[in-house]
Write a protein that binds this ligand. Structure first.
Ligand SMILES: Nc1c(C(=O)O)ncn1[C@@H]1O[C@H](COP(=O)(O)O)[C@@H](O)[C@H]1O
Length: 165
């Protein structure tokens, strides 16, 4: 079965990573969610990624904070796309995680998104867009979602807007 795999380095990342899960559930895409750490549980991380790839994981989304090596290590274990979401924690409030997620050596990409909830949400959208390359039904759903987003902007504006024309 094709599915998206969501990994996070600690339970403390869950509040943020829930934003990714919400999007996957909204689009009814099968996903797995697991806590595993490249630092604290290297073997578990290795075994999970190798096994998930065999079982049909199409994209890995990895949320981690501070010295955020999880996404980079996952990228070293699979040729499936890996999306990194830096957590807003630590003494630099996520800048440390952003840099340690984004600065991968050439040939070993991690698609690194924004720090925090917006990054987690976009990680799910990006994973869906990757799947939609070979799924026209999902592509149509993503297009409908864009239309809904645009409508919401107009409705929100109507509540507050002031115009002179
Ligand atoms: N960056 C990593 C990795 C890793 O990269 O393997 N494992 C845990 N962590 C991060 O450590 C932070 C603090 O974790 P705790 O709250 O458990 O102390 C979390 O944001 C987690 O993602």
């Amino acid at each position: 079965m094709r599915f998206i795999s969501v990994l996070m380095g600690s339970k403390s990342d869950y509040e943020i990573m829930k934003e990714a899960v919400k999007v996957l559930e909204k689009f009814q895409i099968p996903y797995e969610l697991i806590i595993t750490s490249a630092h604290r549980t290297p073997e578990r991380t290795h075994d999970y990624v190798k096994n998930a790839e065999k079982r049909g994981a199409q994209v890995f989304i990895c949320g981690a904070g501070m010295a955020a090596h999880l996404a980079g290590v996952v990228a070293s274990l699979t040729t499936r796309p890996v999306i990194g979401v830096p957590m807003p924690s630590g003494m630099m409030d996520g800048l440390d995680a952003l840099l340690s997620t984004v600065q991968m050596p050439g040939g070993m990409p991690v698609a690194t998104l924004a720090v925090g909830k917006a990054g987690a949400k976009n990680a799910a959208y990006l994973a869906l867009q990757i799947l939609a390359n070979s799924d026209d039904e999902l592509k149509a759903k993503l297009e409908e979602d864009r239309i809904a987003q645009a409508k919401k902007v107009e409705l929100d504006s109507k509540e507050v807007e002031v115009r002179l024309d």
